[in-house]
Design a protein around this ligand. Structure first.
Ligand SMILES: CC(C)(COP(=O)(O)OP(=O)(O)OC[C@H]1O[C@@H](n2cnc3c(N)ncnc32)[C@H](O)[C@@H]1OP(=O)(O)O)[C@@H](O)C(=O)NCCC(=O)NCCS
Length: 192
């Protein structure tokens, strides 16, 4: 394990299809606004039924701008923009958060907007950032959860090297349906 594991450094990570880099608010905010209003992102990342995007008022704009202009100052989490190398454009974000320092563990989350999906970018972004967490930062465990109705997400995580650990049943009420939440993780000693 490195002597000082820290999330304060904001690296740029290069893959074949994607580059992960720190947030550049002015450049990235237009893409992030589209991503946050996208029906798939709302469906698969909301913790409550959100069939349509909430109204985008001034307060929301301020909240989002404040959020993304402060991501690079956070010492306990790592927020990176996923850039499609084919176009040089940002298509979404991938994040390590919920750092559990004594147990060398954290959570991973990802959301890609409509321009970034279904071309293998998500799988590679998850793999790159997990590799950074387990090898460069010396963490032992990266975990995440994915709603059972998000089959694309689950498949992408499996391809990236995550394994299912369990199912929390009926976690989300989506319209008139109950949706399970699947817990997955990648561990350092199984990581290749
Ligand atoms: C989930 C997400 C990160 C995946 O990234 P992606 O770049 O779109 O996915 P990839 O192209 O890398 O891989 C998707 C895989 O799922 C498969 N897939 C797509 N739709 C599927 C479906 N309905 N059922 C089963 N598999 C499906 C694809 O065929 C592909 O697998 P393959 O390479 O074996 O053919 C991205 O789609 C996203 O951000 N979606 C919206 C928000 C979201 O779901 N975030 C995650 C919340 S846990």
């Amino acid at each position: 394990m490195p002597a000082t594991t820290t999330f304060a450094d904001k690296p740029t990570l290069l893959g074949a299809k994607v580059l992960l880099r720190p947030v550049r608010p002015e450049e990235d905010l237009p893409m992030l606004r589209v991503m946050l209003n996208d029906p798939d992102v709302l469906r698969y990342t909301s913790d409550a039924y959100t069939p349509v995007a909430p109204a985008w008022d001034e307060a929301m704009e301020r909240r989002i701008t404040d959020w993304y202009t402060t991501r690079n100052d956070q010492p306990d989490r790592l927020d990176l923009i996923v850039v499609d190398r084919a176009t040089g454009r940002g298509v979404g974000e991938v994040v390590l958060n919920e750092w559990d320092e004594p147990n060398r563990a954290c959570n991973l989350r990802i959301a890609l907007g409509p321009d970034g999906r279904d071309r293998g970018l998500g799988t590679e972004a998850v793999r790159l950032l997990t590799d950074h967490a387990l090898r460069a930062l010396g963490l032992n465990r990266v975990s995440l959860s994915v709603y059972a109705f998000n089959e694309r997400g689950r498949r992408a995580y499996e391809k990236a090297g995550f394994q299912v650990e369990g199912v929390r049943r009926q976690v989300l009420r989506w319209g008139d349906e109950w949706i399970d939440d699947i817990d997955m993780a990648a561990l350092a000693d199984h990581w290749t």
